[in-house]
Ligand binder design. Structure first.
Ligand code: DSN
Length: 415
């Protein structure tokens, strides 16, 4: 018996219930994945008990020799994986990572230019609801209404007009590749710094499945739990000339002690992400997402921008007369998990929405491929054709349960 079952049966039971929920449902949430068991082992390790403000060799606590070895290992692995000069592996989250980058080079009141949340950007890129929108003066670019893709001429015009100190790129619901080289040239032309938040796509980038922002951006931030299949935490990469400023902006600037068990899990994550099975999972994620976009399209669920270049599909439901909240609930009733999402120029609110965001990392890491994606797209269509019919949901739920039994969650990476 695990000790938690003895010492706290209530939480032990909830952990078991959650594991079983994950095992028996189809996870198409673009921001999620299943971390290998080695990551969970590191998260629950003795490193939880260590406090270590500062950096390797420069700590404000004693007893840090092993901790220093660990953090150095995590840093070296992150640098090697992404080809970066410098890595800070201490951010507790992606938002913390972004805050620290802003803190390193901006002052309160400085202008930033970033992608608007309603077109796919992120709260922490200066949205009004985030503290980042209160500290800085944000201006936002969006996608072109015709192509639903970034319009680099429009971004250049906005940067020329606003003259921000920082240009921010990266998105939570943008299914296309981003031209980092052009963004860097725009930033250079107007003496701005370029921050790329690659949280969603970090696993695809690590695998070399899509282009990397690292050679182009002054700063790259990401979370480790999405496509990267690691723990919930953040990382900052930057060129050598910003290393000191970034480190000081994390500690003492915006954080206290790092969570060392999280740093251990990040180190495992970077190690696993450099292996052939990880690359195979990322390649499969790309292929399954492209196929899901095509399958949904052929059934009348228009993929925003016409398709996808990454792990996600943003489906426009208006052609079917559906709203995102209604569609999300109907699919969840059958064990198919995705999330309602605004589409660019959405007439609906963020609570209702006209879109659904799907991602294929979760099904690809449990080994599902083209045959399963075609089946799943068919089930989505059956449910959404009659979203108020519980008998269809029940019927599909049984097939979902069977598919999940055939593709159990994997404790280890497999190609
Ligand atoms: N950024 C949020 C998302 O994309 O769903 C959470 O990671």
């Amino acid at each position: 018996m695990r000790l938690i079952e003895k010492d706290d049966p209530a939480v032990a039971a909830l952990i078991q219930k959650e594991r079983s929920r994950q095992e028996t449902t189809l996870n198409l949430i673009a921001a999620e994945n299943t971390a290998p068991a080695a990551i969970l082992d590191a998260l629950g390790s003795a490193f939880n008990n260590k406090t270590a403000e500062g950096y390797p060799g420069r700590r404000y606590h004693t007893g840090c020799r092993v901790t220093d070895e660990l953090e150095q290992l995590a840093v070296e692995r992150a640098k090697a994986l992404f080809g970066a000069d410098h890595a800070n592996v201490q951010p507790h989250s992606g938002v913390n990572a972004n805050l620290a980058v802003y803190g390193a080079v901006l002052n309160p009141g400085d202008r930033i230019v970033s992608m608007k949340l309603s077109h796919g950007g992120h709260l922490s890129h200066g949205d009004a609801a985030s503290i980042t929108g209160r500290i800085f003066q944000p201006s936002h670019y969006g996608v072109n209404p015709e192509t639903e893709r970034l319009d680099y001429d429009a971004i250049r015009d906005l940067v020329r007009q606003v003259r921000p100190r920082m240009l921010v790129a990266g998105a939570s619901s943008y299914p296309r590749l981003i031209d980092y080289q052009t963004l860097r040239s725009i930033a250079d032309e107007f003496s701005a710094r370029l921050l790329v938040d690659m949280a969603h796509i970090a696993g695809l980038v690590a695998a070399g499945a899509i282009p990397s922002p690292v050679p182009h951006a002054h700063f790259v931030t990401f979370t480790t739990y999405k496509t990267l299949m690691g723990p919930h935490g953040g990382v900052i990469l930057c060129s050598a000339d910003f290393a000191k400023k970034i480190d000081r902006s994390i500690f003492p600037g915006t954080q206290g002690t790092p969570t060392l068990s999280l740093v251990a899990a990040k180190a495992v994550c970077f190690h696993l992400a450099a292996t052939p099975p990880f690359r195979a999972v990322q390649e499969r994620t790309l292929h399954t997402a492209a196929l899901l976009a095509a399958e949904l399209d052929s059934r009348g669920y228009r993929p925003v921008s016409g398709g996808t270049d990454n792990h996600m599909v943003l489906a426009d439901l208006r052609g079917k007369g559906l709203k995102g909240d209604q569609a999300e609930a109907a699919l969840e009733a059958a064990g198919i998990l995705c999330n309602r999402n605004v589409i660019p120029f959405d007439p609906e609110s963020t609570l209702v929405t006209s879109g659904l965001r799907f991602g294929t990392p979760g099904i690809s890491s449990r080994g599902m491929g083209p045959e399963e994606v075609k089946q799943i797209a068919g089930w989505i269509d059956r449910i959404l054709s009659k979203p108020d019919d519980p008998s269809i949901q029940k019927n599909v739920a049984a097939m979902v349960a069977d598919l999940c039994r055939r593709f159990p969650l994997r404790d280890r990476l497999e190609g």
